[in-house]
Write a protein that binds this ligand. Structure first.
Ligand code: ZN
Length: 142
């Protein structure tokens, strides 16, 4: 499959049916974050049990890039320790900002978002939920 087709297929699949997507009330939200440039706005609820992310859910609305990035992120970090999740956050943000090139294996489907690095406005969309996760982990470990 050509990269463009794979990109479109993965993004649209997660956009149409986001994983770990469900209502998060204001009281439940660990963090709320938005990207005013695009209008993306998400609430993220993260729960830790022992040293693992035992539950992660998001709601809100955003463009295809931000929504699919968030959906893939939740799949990826569920069951991970906060430090493993932080490593993924910096790997992913580095990838979309063009400062590092992680292997496709370590990022799975998220690797399709690598091409947003050519579109600065889209970098914010793709990175939004990852920044939010970082804030949520800060909050939970405080
Ligand atoms: Zn967006």
């Amino acid at each position: 499959m050509a990269f463009e087709d794979l990109y479109r297929e993965v993004i649209l699949r997660h956009f149409k049916k986001p994983q770990n997507f469900g209502p998060v009330s204001d009281e439940e939200a660990t963090v709320e974050d938005e990207n005013p440039t695009c209008g993306d706005h998400f609430r993220l609820r993260v729960e830790l049990q022992g040293d693992r992310i035992s539950s992660i859910r998001f709601d809100g609305r955003g463009c295809a890039i931000s929504t699919s990035s968030c959906s893939m992120m939740t799949e990826r970090v569920l069951g991970k320790t906060p430090s493993e999740a932080r490593a993924m956050i910096s790997e992913f943000l580095g990838m979309v900002q063009g400062t590092c090139d992680p292997s496709d294996e370590s990022l799975g489907d998220l690797a399709v978002l690598r091409s947003v690095r050519d579109f600065p406005v889209r970098v914010k969309c793709a990175g939004l939920c990852w920044q939010a996760l970082s804030k949520a982990l800060d909050k939970l470990s405080a």
